[in-house]
Ligand binder design. Structure first.
Ligand code: 7TS
Length: 412
């Protein structure tokens, strides 16, 4: 197995300093850093093969098309999809979920139907369903969370009924770190006649993910959180469902035949990729998949369990620190949200930045969850393959410093 510490050399940005200190990047849940292999793949594409795709006229166009479709095939293999036909390139998770809410939801969800979500939704997997529900007169229901930020499949079972059309949930929470029992959810939802949409924004970059094992109907995720550039993401859908769906956006590249007054649609997945796509982004995503597979998703997961357990333990020892989410690192991903008594998370973030430590502070696009937790915001450290225990030590030292600083302020 490759020593993951050595992967730090692959990420040029990790060599830089921030405010005179080595960068400690603990914000990979927001976006990951990019390895040289990905940066070079994008550059190489622009240097040698840049052209528009699916035009079949000249050599560069053929090379660009091949690069783009190769990336699709790599992504399909990476998530265990039966074929690349189910892989739609979109901008990000948000666009993937909106695509389902518009192209599938507007046709299949009606008045008095129900859509079940969880209490840990990112706004991206909440607002598209709110808009749909408001438009058609459907209702949203929410699987309640236990105090440790998990839910048991039975909690979903109690909400399922003949009215349930859809269950949409994150595979992993970007605040609590909770890894949800998606297979059990899918089995229950399907038994009730509902479809399952999985928000894989936080899981696909960090765990081995297989859509057939998960049993979901749609899976959305973002390239930028998995070593690829921004502006490229994926919606995987069951092919029979995609086949039955109308386009979400219309224009060039998604048609078979166009007349003045009507048009017919191209095959899936092209039907859902109107306009010139992010070709270089897809090439970058393909390179990111190669990179992650070269290390091995199981190794990445194992590394993150260890680093997360270390972080949880170290922060718990500090005292005056509230940690959110499951205690057991095996049940969660590499995301640790916390609050320090007497220090606002934004102030904490600012002090940490002075130490070169990058974390995120805020509501993390999960305002209803913040209300449930009874806080306006949390601080959040999030990890990836390139993080090392010394960085957890730097985090803890910086938190300790912030605490002393603010207790001094209080004492004066
Ligand atoms: N779903 C989850 C669970 C997420 O964590 C995010 C992004 C999204 C959806 C949306 O992804 P996007 O690529 O479409 O923006 N989460 C975060 C975060 O936690 N901090 O910044 C972005």
């Amino acid at each position: 197995m490759r020593d993951l510490r050595a992967t730090r050399q692959d990420f040029p940005i990790l060599q830089r300093t921030v405010r005179g200190r080595p960068l400690v990047y603990l914000d990979s849940a927001a976006t990951s850093q990019k390895p040289l292999a990905v940066i070079e793949a994008i550059e190489g594409y622009y240097r040698t093969s840049n052209a528009n795709i699916h035009r079949g006229i000249h050599t560069l166009g053929d090379e660009a098309t091949e690069a783009y479709e190769n990336a699709r095939a790599k992504v399909a293999r990476f998530i265990g999809a039966p074929s690349p036909r189910g892989v739609v390139f979109v901008r990000n998770t948000t666009e993937g979920i909106n695509l389902v809410a518009y192209a599938w939801g507007r046709r299949n969800v009606r008045a008095d139907d129900e859509i079940i979500l969880t209490e840990m939704e990112h706004h991206s997997n909440l607002i598209p369903w709110q808009m749909l529900a408001n438009e058609v007169g459907a209702r949203l229901r929410f699987v309640p969370l236990a105090p440790d930020g998990t839910f048991a499949p039975e909690a979903l079972e109690r909400l399922l009924s003949a009215r349930t059309r859809l269950v949409a949930l994150p595979h992993m929470s970007n605040v609590l770190g909770t890894i949800n029992p998606v297979r059990a959810v899918a089995d229950l939802a399907h038994a009730a006649g509902a479809l399952v949409v999985v928000d894989g924004a936080q899981s696909v970059p960090h765990l081995p993910v297989d859509v057939r094992e998960m049993g979901c109907d749609f899976l959305a995720f973002s390239g930028h959180k998995m070593c690829a550039p921004t502006g490229i993401g994926v919606l995987w859908g069951r092919e029979d469902l995609l086949e039955a769906m109308e386009p979400f956006m219309a224009g060039g590249g998604m048609i078979r035949e166009v007349h003045w007054d009507y048009a017919t649609w191209d095959e899936i997945p092209h039907r859902f990729e109107a306009g010139t796509p992010n070709i270089a982004g897809a090439v970058g995503l393909g390179a990111a998949v190669d990179y992650l597979e070269g290390i091995g998703m199981a190794a990445i997961r194992q590394h993150e369990v260890e680093i997360t357990a270390y972080a949880l333990e170290a922060l718990r020892h500090l005292g005056d620190v509230t940690l959110y989410g499951p205690r057991d690192a095996q049940r969660r991903g590499g995301v640790v949200s916390f609050n320090v008594a007497g220090v606002h998370p934004h102030d904490l973030g600012t002090v940490l930045d002075e130490h070169g430590v990058a974390i995120r502070a805020g509501h993390h696009c999960c305002q209803p969850l913040m209300r449930k937790l009874g806080v306006p915001a949390t601080a959040r450290a999030s990890f990836y393959l390139y993080n090392v225990p010394e960085e957890i030590e730097a985090l803890v030292a910086a938190v300790q410093h912030a605490r002393e600083l603010f207790s001094g302020v209080r004492a004066r």
